[in-house]
Write a protein of this length. Sequence first.
Length: 332
Amino acid sequence: MVVAKAWILKKHFDGFPKTSDFDLKKIELPDLKDGGEQKLLLESVFLSVDPYMRPYSRRYMKEGDIMIGTQVARIVESKNPAFAVGAFVVGHNGWRTHFISDGKDLQLLPSNWPESLPKSLALGTVGMPGLTAYFGLLEVCKMKPGETVLVNAAAGAVGSVVGQLAKIGGCKVVGCAGSDDKVAYLKKIGFDEAFNYKTVKSLDEALSKASPDGYDCFFDNVGGEFASVAINQMKKYGRIAVCGAISQYNDSVPQKGPYVQIPMIFKELQMEGFIVSRWNNRREEGLQALLKWVVEGKVKCHEQVTEGFENMPMAFMGMLKGENLGKAVVKV
């Protein structure tokens, strides 16, 4: 019998998450049986912490539920011929060290995954965040060569991929981040312009200086004040992909901001919110494109790896504070 450890949402977050909102529990897993639905035993190797977990926990979870999340897991025992022992999969089974599955919710890593490539990238650049960047740019922003793309939270898991894919697509890319180290990283991976939004005197002036002609595409991960300022810098017929609103996730009282209608009307803008699962039927296309660019060195990856399953809440809270460069993952 295997005893799994799991992090429980003990109390719904009120404002910024606290350590006391989580509880670590042990769960005894039953043995696998022949002919039953539960045909696979898996062991988590890497777990993801992502901004979406903050708003999703309130919307989709009850107190006492296992925290939602994705992992790269190794198959320890199998009674399902489609999954060999030792194979690695991406699962959506929350913050737990071990779990049992019928295989329907699991996705094998691409068969052409190079042995030299960290499997944790299946939670980042060659996973959900990378696919978010890929489909958000191609299908929502509909970027074209020669255009100017703006992305905020640009040193994060999604933003860093957005910038690099826009460069591959022949665009000028402007990014902003919350520290000088992150700005230096953005320039290192090919952003044309980058600035620290925390230290500029005027966000409006910084955006105008980075691209005096304005922006064709704006990939928004932040929302709030940044989006309110940036929308006025859009070119006519500009496109805005609303991917996240991390500046607002921890607010106890909703922010009141400027209204978007006037710039949207006079600039004839398109603004569209999206969730990457819309393109699940094209998942393989996106993963293969991202994997190819990573292997060729055209897309560079940076991971913030926290060691130890017991540090999941700390890694989650650190990510929400913007302490990570690139994708935040936990190594079990």
